[in-house]
Design a protein around this ligand. Sequence first.
Ligand SMILES: Nc1ncnc2c1ncn2[C@@H]1O[C@H](COP(=O)(O)OP(=O)(O)OP(=O)(O)O)[C@@H](O)[C@H]1O
Ligand SMILES: [Mg+2]
Length: 259
Amino acid sequence: MEKREDNKLISVCSFKGGTGKTSISINLAKVASEYEIETLLWEMDKNPGSLSSIFDLDPNTSIINAIMHPQGLHYYINHVKNEKFDILLGPSDPIIGEEIDDIKKLSEVLNLAKNSYKLIILDLGPYLDKISIQLMNESDLILLIIEPEVSSISKARVNIDLICKKTEYDIENKIWTIVNKTKVFDNITISQIIDALKLPFCTKIAYDITYRSQMNRMESKIPETKLYKGCKKIFKKIYPEAKRPEKGRKLFLKKTKKI
Ligand SMILES: Nc1ncnc2c1ncn2[C@@H]1O[C@H](COP(=O)(O)OP(=O)(O)OP(=O)(O)O)[C@@H](O)[C@H]1O
Ligand SMILES: [Mg+2]
């Protein structure tokens, strides 16, 4: 796949379900787009993901259509209402999902997407398969989402060891660990998690008891929850130079354009 200097492909993964991959992908896409980075959130889960229901999108416009007609990619990309980022949905059911069996089928879509987006965030499924491993290998950065509990940590370590053993991919060097859903009385500390994983640590995001209800109540924009604030920290580590556009300056540019 083409590698270009000015765009980034980021995989968001975990090897256990429900750790917060999709929530973190959504919020990271929101933050990046607010910094005027053209962002595509790409659902790469073979099982039906939750993005179509969260954003009320047509589940029939998906990666499957895009694979069949890569040149028509823009027809299958969804613009998120009141936000500045776009979404490419995953397959609408796991049987259709089986059609994504070859990285070559995805390469053309991914290369075309790279022409239009500076940042592509891949929200991967909670399982290990050939396509996910290849996509992780193609990525510039892998965000590994861990919960502060033993099974999430050990599954991650075992699966990363397996990838390194079975392939020649050097994925370990581009993994950043995010510990999500931390609580005050967790019986495992961040340093114990990092010692066990032996991977670089990016940040922790606290368990936010109100997160789900805030998202369910979402009417227009994605709410600025604790998860959104956590994703701001992640974003700043990925793009330390990025500056949020000043509103005043944007207005000035609009004015001069009109003249
Ligand atoms: N920091 C957090 N605080 C509170 N709730 C959270 C947090 N992060 C995620 N959640 C909740 O946890 C649940 C699972 O989150 P999410 O769907 O993002 O996980 P996932 O890893 O994408 O799951 P899957 O493996 O099924 O794709 C959701 O109900 C979400 O609202
Ligand atoms: Mg998910």
